[in-house]
Write a protein that binds this ligand. Structure first.
Ligand code: GUN
Length: 293
């Protein structure tokens, strides 16, 4: 069994990005600039956004954090989106989700210029990704593609089962792996809460991607001998064993599944570290105008 080291991959990619940024600057190019818009004080969002800002610093990007209180109006937020769309110094920006209930996430997402949508959430980017055109791809699926690439995991002709059909993980993952390309060319099944015989479906997978957000859902009897298992789950559960009082749990019962696998991602330290790094990849692509010429 090979443990997929997302921390190391992430550090390697960040090093490569940092070198690219140095070269860009040496050629007289501009410093890539990412802006994050954060509404309110949700603990999870605060910590994600702080991680994104730290990553910018690490790779040599300029970063700006724009904060609003929970009572910001939708109109005020849309005006900021419009301003960032027009600001030529800004290569990419994200509006951290979730937003308060009185603000439409759909409206805000669709107001972002697709050329600056480094989250890859805008329907234009989702559509372009679907047809195989250049597009910003959302962070988690892109991070998983990078792990598969860097560990030379063959996907062509393989049976992939993705558990979960969310717009930002399960569905894009299923599209990317069924597309022509490397990684890709797989036969993909998307399983979800209405899937019949889920255990058998999962046990048929050469590559099983668990992205349903249910701690330790995938047990050994659901995994084929020699399968590749990618665990996207990151549920915070209470724990007496950590200083913070919390522990991250994946969607896979790692202790009983790991021995059956050819490759497996741990939680933490697998897919997680690659997600923020994917945002850095997209911001660099935006600064270099690699997606929208
Ligand atoms: N909330 C949880 N994950 C994400 C993400 O990748 N982007 C944004 N904008 N919000 C999130």
């Amino acid at each position: 069994m090979i443990l997929i080291d997302g921390k190391k991959c992430s550090a390697d990619v960040r090093q490569e990005i940092a070198e690219d940024v140095k070269a860009l600057k040496a050629e007289g190019g501009k410093t890539p600039h990412l802006v994050a818009v954060l509404v309110g004080h949700d603990g999870g969002s605060e910590s994600y956004v702080a991680g994104k800002m730290r990553a910018c610093n690490e790779v040599g990007f300029k970063s700006t954090l724009v904060r609003y209180e929970d009572d910001v109006t939708e109109a005020e937020l849309l005006a900021k989106v419009d301003e960032l769309n027009r600001d030529e110094d800004v290569d990419g920006f994200i509006v951290q989700l979730p937003l308060p209930k009185h603000i439409s996430e759909e409206k805000v997402t669709e107001a972002i210029d697709p050329r600056k949508d480094v989250d890859g959430f805008h329907p234009m980017n989702v559509g372009r990704m679907t047809i195989g055109a250049p597009a910003f791809v959302s962070a988690t699926p892109q991070g998983i593609m990078e792990l598969l690439r860097r560990y030379n995991i063959e996907t062509s002709g393989k049976n992939v089962v993705v558990i979960g059909r969310s717009n930002i993980v399960g569905r894009p993952m299923s599209i990317l792996l069924s597309r022509k390309g490397e990684p890709g060319n797989a036969t993909v099944t998307v399983a979800h809460s209405r899937t019949k015989d889920l255990k058998e479906v999962c046990a048929s997978a050469d590559i099983l991607i668990a992205a349903l957000g249910s701690p330790e859902f995938v047990t050994a009897d659901m995994v084929k001998e020699g399968a590749v298992v990618i665990d996207v789950g990151t549920t915070r559960v209470k724990s007496d064993l950590t200083k913070s009082g919390w522990k991250l749990k994946g969607d896979v019962k790692f202790d009983e599944v790991a021995d059956k696998c050819s490759f497996i991602t741990p939680v933490p330290g697998g897919v997680g570290p690659m997600t923020i790094t994917s945002l850095m990849i997209n911001t660099l692509k935006s600064a270099k105008k690699e997606i929208y010429k």
